[in-house]
Design a protein around this ligand. Structure first.
Ligand code: IPM
Ligand code: MG
Length: 358
């Protein structure tokens, strides 16, 4: 198992270091795991003048899986757009063809009080968002900012992007959504904005076609504005949600807060062959970077997803998940999930606690 390790920026290095402790345990137990580190994001720009250095991409392509921390930071916000850390992330997703982004939102019972919603609304929450990751307005052409002159010769700047999905792009991510629904509660909700957007109209049609292959799955469709509302009104109505890149970006942040902290949620980004990149869904958190305060559990749970989806090793995934459940049950909390009566721990201590629980 060759894993490319890309810590990135901000808290990325701290949280990935904790995930490496988990991999070390597995190595000691005899698993043949090989890891190699490389720079991405701002770190890539600093070392190679490129948020996705050639050597990093080559390593990622040659590996079975990629473990990513986070990218971005205020230091890089003034760079030309193609040099910004986020572009490195978008490019590696595209280059590796990681079109299916799995973002679970799961509430640990002990963290119900960390959610801003009433415990009875979120207790037992277990949603999987399948976000398309390599298309949509994120990648559509044309895009840009340019000066356009009207018929009176008056010019002003115009910013524009293109929302676009092909049938095949919708079909392949719909299959992933239905496939996951089959292994869970057999309910899939397709989220779009077909009342306004042609792109969404096509999305809806193609998802309905794919549904014929999965007669056991109950398919529903929902406009994205309603979905955003339903997620806070009654989130437990959802099992699996499949949606496009930009809607999925927004809804997955919203869903993460149902579970108390964005610091708890892992993600998997998969290609056609289940090769994957695994990362926490939170960002680089520059405000707490370097302070040993970050919550490493989302990254550690991303390693669990790696074993489940890329290596097909459910037992190891369960072992990691159970260790995380144990440290939560014992009352260890980083600042983001801390409540009265619990033990506040650092990022490093949380990593050690997980290792001990394994
Ligand atoms: C995410 C992030 C990224 C995205 C940014 C950092 C480019 O918000 O993974 O959700 O928009 O996809
Ligand atoms: Mg996002």
């Amino acid at each position: 198992m060759k894993i490319a390790v890309l810590p990135g920026d901000g808290i990325g290095t701290e949280i990935v270091a904790q995930a490496m402790k988990v991999l070390d345990v597995l190595k000691k137990d005899g698993m043949k795991i090989e890891t190699e580190e490389a720079a991405i994001g701002g770190a890539g720009y600093d070392t190679a003048g490129d948020p996705l250095p050639e050597s990093t991409l080559a390593l990622a392509k040659a590996s079975d899986a990629v473990l990513l921390g986070a990218v971005g930071g205020p230091r890089y916000d003034k760079l030309d757009r193609p040099l910004r850390p986020e572009r490195g992330l978008l490019r590696i997703r595209k280059e590796l063809n990681l079109f299916a982004n799995l973002r679970p939102a799961l509430l640990y019972p002990e963290l119900a009080s960390a959610s801003t919603l009433k415990p009875e609304v979120v207790a037992g929450l277990d949603i999987m968002i399948v976000r398309e990751l390599t298309g949509d307005v994120y990648f559509g052409q044309p895009r840009g900012i340019e000066v356009r002159v009207d018929e009176n010769g008056k010019g002003e700047r115009v910013g524009f992007n293109t929302m676009v999905y092909s049938e095949s792009e919708v079909r392949r991510v719909a299959h992933v959504g239905f496939g996951i629904a089959m292994k869970r509660g057999k309910k899939l909700c397709s989220v779009e904005k077909a009342n306004v957007l042609e792109c969404s109209e096509l999305w809806r049609d193609v998802v309905a076609e794919v549904a014929k292959d999965y007669p056991e799955v109950e398919l529903s469709t929902m406009y994205v504005d309603n979905a955003a509302m339903q997620l806070v009104r009654n989130p437990k109505q959802f099992d699996v949600i499949v949606t496009g890149n930009i809607f999925g970006d927004i809804l997955s942040d919203e869903a993460s807060m149902l579970s108390g902290s964005i610091g708890m949620l892992p993600s998997a980004s998969l290609d056609e062959n289940n090769k994957g990149m695994y990362e926490p869904i939170h960002g680089s958190a520059p405000d707490i970077a370097g302070k040993n305060l970050a919550n490493p559990l989302a990254t550690i749970l991303s390693v669990s997803m790696m074993f489940k989806y890329t290596f097909g090793d459910q037992a190891t995934a369960d072992r990691i998940d159970n260790a995380v459940k144990k440290v939560i049950a014992k009352g260890y909390r980083t600042g983001d999930i801390w409540t009265e009566g619990c033990e506040k721990v650092s990022c490093g201590q949380m990593g050690d606690a997980v290792v001990a629980a394994m």
